[in-house]
Design a protein around this ligand. Sequence first.
Ligand code: LLP
Length: 467
Amino acid sequence: MSRSAHPAGPRHADVLPEGHYSPPPTDLNGLDGRVWSRTVRRAEGRGPDGVVSVGGIDVRRLAEEFGTPAYILDEADFRARCRAWKDAFGEGADVFYAGKAFLSRAVVRWLHEEGMNLDVCSPGELATALDAGMPAERIALHGNNKSTAEITRAVEAGVGRIVLDSFQEIVRVADVARRLGRRQRVQIRVTVGVEAHTHEFIATAHEDQKFGIALADGMAAEAVRRVLGLDSLELVGIHSHIGSQIFDMAGFEVAARRVVALLTEVRDEHGVELPEIDLGGGLGIAYTPEDDPREPHEIAKSLGDIVTRECAAAGLAVPRLSVEPGRAIAGPTTFTLYEVGTIKELEGLRTYVSVDGGMSDNIRTALYDAEYSVALVSRASEAPPMLCRVVGKHCESGDIVVRDAFLPADLAPGDLIAVPATGAYCRSMASNYNHALRPPVVAVREGEARVVVRRETEEDLLRLDVG
Ligand code: LLP
């Protein structure tokens, strides 16, 4: 049977795992604004005339100039998302972009220009932030196992806050600050005991896990006691991060309520009103048109209201709120551009479309069973939808990019396809598996494209291999 004769129907659904089947889109050339970055457009026209562009640049030109696979980052979209978060939270709150989602020097400069703060969780992220000119006082340092050397570097640099994650770390940071003659601003990260509705690996507020200090058994109150007793630490607030890719605000509300309850306890016991609350990141984005994320203004209103209400009930002054969105800013700004290499049709079973990247540039499908969408972008097609699996070129059957996708049945080797919403946790989690060369990040804006992270070369690989 030819590919074009494959209607997407129950026969295909039979071989799909439950929850992985949705009907074919009516218009395969349509690009849903929920999953594609703001300046992505498909030109009017048939065949090659219906090419997709971003930032005013044709994807075929991008592929020619920068090669594939490549992460194509829409700078205007990134900046617009920063502004939307900042505007939504207003002057009374701070927005820290979580650099783990994706960080580069260009991104740091954009964040700085847009008035954002930055959350880093490793020496590499801190180095990138400082090198690109982010003022240290706008940086927060995270991590569940920060070494004395890492802490020393951060305190020396003058970071605005260190988020304490354990009892050992309280002592470690206090010692470093004392030795350097500083008084370091700190927050304490607590686990509030919320089961966030997300993948187990990215849920972080239930008690059985490595992050933070539990509220439940009085441990967090004990941590506060200890920090308040140390002159080299200035306790400015409490931090909670409940997980990632979360759509339901209920978990955040419970977290906010429990954090405010701790602030009340601290006030009652020590006569101190801590001035800050950080409710972390974790807001979900649309990977497929079925996902329905909250907008920053809804999130800001919901969090602001609950904190205000709880504080009023406890007779506390409303603390300064901060949040740490990573995915919600970087995720939707980028798509990964691939070239189709081979197409393998297994009659009555499945069609495999192999691209020139895979689990080395996007591990999320294999790791979290993440769902993505995909589109043919180098041309428009009138062919019927073909249900297929987009896979990479690695030596592993789990090397899946998009588990179940609809692409036009006339798809052919040499076509360019793109996977949207790959701006967060794709380049930052990329690997050299099979000695793959990690793809570049190309930023586009108003008709101009420039490499912000270059493609790795074989020389890069061999340089580390010192024989
Ligand atoms: N703040 C803290 C303390 C965090 O641990 C994280 C993410 C964030 C903020 C940002 O969360 P976001 O807004 O991006 O969801 N690799 C996983 C995600 C791990 C998230 C780790 N922490 C993924 O690909 O889904």
